[in-house]
Design a protein around this ligand. Structure first.
Ligand SMILES: NC(=O)c1ccc[n+]([C@@H]2O[C@H](COP(=O)([O-])OP(=O)(O)OC[C@H]3O[C@@H](n4cnc5c(N)ncnc54)[C@H](OP(=O)(O)O)[C@@H]3O)[C@@H](O)[C@H]2O)c1
Length: 445
């Protein structure tokens, strides 16, 4: 039987479809354009992807946190808390006070110095934490405290530059106005003034040297200098690889190597402003900069192979390890046969794992370096020779300031309490990763 209703026209049908889409919350798409809806309607594959990865191992810490009522003992955490309690008993921890003392009277064999600038280095912090092998010098000679107490005290800081302000009659090789750097660890440089003996200090010729360079040369620059000199004979065009490349030592390594025409491959931790950091290190003379995350990728491996094989190069002869942990193992894999892997820092506080193959088949030599030991076993003359070489590089403009924040110390509006708050803040910054700048106390009186 034929329909008695007339067939609806196209426009009418389109209007109906639009209305229906509105009512049922569908997309009205009369031209059938690609919208991606087909893909959005597909079953989610997230759970499948998650299942593909191995299950995360649940840690004891997580279990104890999840079930506190079970009172499970986390042995590692217990030992950590016990260690902190022990250190606290021994008086370790952040410095408690800013003290004011009178300098002891000058004697014929002593001198008085006024500090100009002193950095805060990671080893200073380790010393305060009680995990550094050298203790600061505790003495009662600093005198009676403002509250009348007379107890043994130590001053923090191991590096700094000072000006001589008074000299005992019998001292012939130092005069008022000379600049001196501290010649031994544990002297205590976070202070305005000190009484010293000639053996505590080394005079430097400050012509053409900035305050920051003078304040940081004995630890960062001298360590970099020795690391590049003492293990492998490097010639122009050779390659060195280093992690923690934006550290004070790392920046000095880049600049000294650049001055000697040695190539550097520099590893830094990835961060949001990584391009700025790469550009900054390159402006110092870094040949290549890669992140810790890029280090293990196939593309980086191929690139490093390509960089280090130019001009019949044998590969990377020296690896400098500031960090420890996984990145130090990865770095070791780039060393050439019989290359040297030198550990001088442990910023990640992670142990170093050495694959047996690197020892057996590549004969890589894993060694350590400690500047304080070098200073102890070498003569004052050798130390002066090294300082003069470093100063020479500074004067030639080849070794500039490391990235730093200057903290003005000794503003007339400050008292002991406000200085203490300021100092703890600076200490905190110095101990914070990704900050990227050495904290330097610039002492003004
Ligand atoms: N053996 C020696 O004679 C000698 C001499 C001088 C220094 N050192 C040691 O060398 C290291 C560097 O000293 P410095 O004065 O050059 O230090 P610095 O200027 O204060 O720089 C610290 C460096 O450590 C990195 N870092 C901080 N926390 C880290 C972590 N958890 N994992 C990986 N990297 C981390 C920082 O990178 P980010 O920007 O990524 O945080 C930065 O590159 C220290 O361990 C120090 O004790 C040893």
């Amino acid at each position: 039987m034929a329909s008695i209703l007339p067939k609806p026209n196209k426009t009418r049908l389109a209007q109906l479809a639009e209305l229906s889409a509105k009512i049922f919350n569908n997309v009205y798409n009369p031209k059938g354009e690609r919208t991606g809806n087909k893909i959005l309607r597909q079953k989610l594959i997230g759970p499948t992807v998650v299942d593909w990865y191995p299950k995360r191992i649940i840690t004891l810490r997580k279990i104890t946190d999840m079930f506190p009522r079970m009172e499970l003992v986390n042995q590692e955490e217990k030992l950590r808390l016990e260690e902190i309690a022990k250190r606290k008993k021994r008086g370790k921890g952040a410095p408690k006070k800013v003290h004011t003392h009178e300098l002891p009277p000058l004697t014929p064999t002593t001198l008085h110095i006024h500090f100009l600038a002193s950095p805060i280095n990671p080893s200073d912090i380790n010393q305060i934490e009680g995990v550094y092998p050298l203790r600061p010098t505790f003495t009662k000679e600093l005198g009676v405290l403002s509250d009348g107490e007379h107890k043994e005290l130590a001053v923090g800081g191991n590096e700094g530059v000072a000006e001589v302000i008074a000299v005992g009659d019998q001292i012939k090789d130092l005069k008022v106005g000379d600049w001196v750097v501290i010649g031994r660890s544990g002297f205590g440089t976070w202070r305005t003034h000190a009484a010293a003996t000639p053996n505590d200090v080394t005079r430097i010729d400050n012509k053409g040297i900035g305050l920051i360079q003078a304040a940081t040369m004995t630890v960062n620059a001298c360590t970099a200098f020795r690391l590049l000199k003492d293990f492998v004979t490097l010639k122009e065009g050779d390659f060195v690889i280093q992690n923690g490349a934006n550290s004070g030592v790392g920046q000095s390594v880049i600049q000294i190597a650049n001055a000697w025409n040695i190539n550097t491959i520099n590893i830094v931790r990835n961060r949001p402003d990584i391009d700025d950091l790469k550009a900054r290190l390159k402006s110092l003379g870094a040949t290549h900069v890669v992140t810790d995350e890029e280090l293990g990728c196939y593309k980086t491996k191929e690139l490093i192979k390509e960089w280090t094989s130019i001009n019949n190069n044998v590969g990377v002869k020296l690896g400098l390890n500031c960090v420890g942990g996984k990145v130090s193992t990865e770095m070791a894999k780039y060393l050439c046969r019989s290359g040297y892997h030198i550990t001088y820092g442990a910023m990640s506080r992670q142990p170093i794992t050495i694959p047996a193959s690197l020892l057996i088949f590549k004969n890589i030599k894993f060694l350590g370096y400690w500047m304080s030991k070098w200073n102890q076993v070498h003569s004052k003359e050798e130390r002066i020779e090294m300082l003069n070489e470093v100063i020479g590089l500074i004067r030639q403009g080849k070794l500039g300031d490391i990235a730093h924040d200057e903290v003005i110390w000794g503003n007339s509006n400050e008292n002991d309490e406000s200085l203490k708050i300021k100092f703890l803040d600076v200490l905190d910054k110095a101990n914070t990763g990704f900050h990227g700048k050495k904290q330097i106390l610039k002492i003004q009186l």
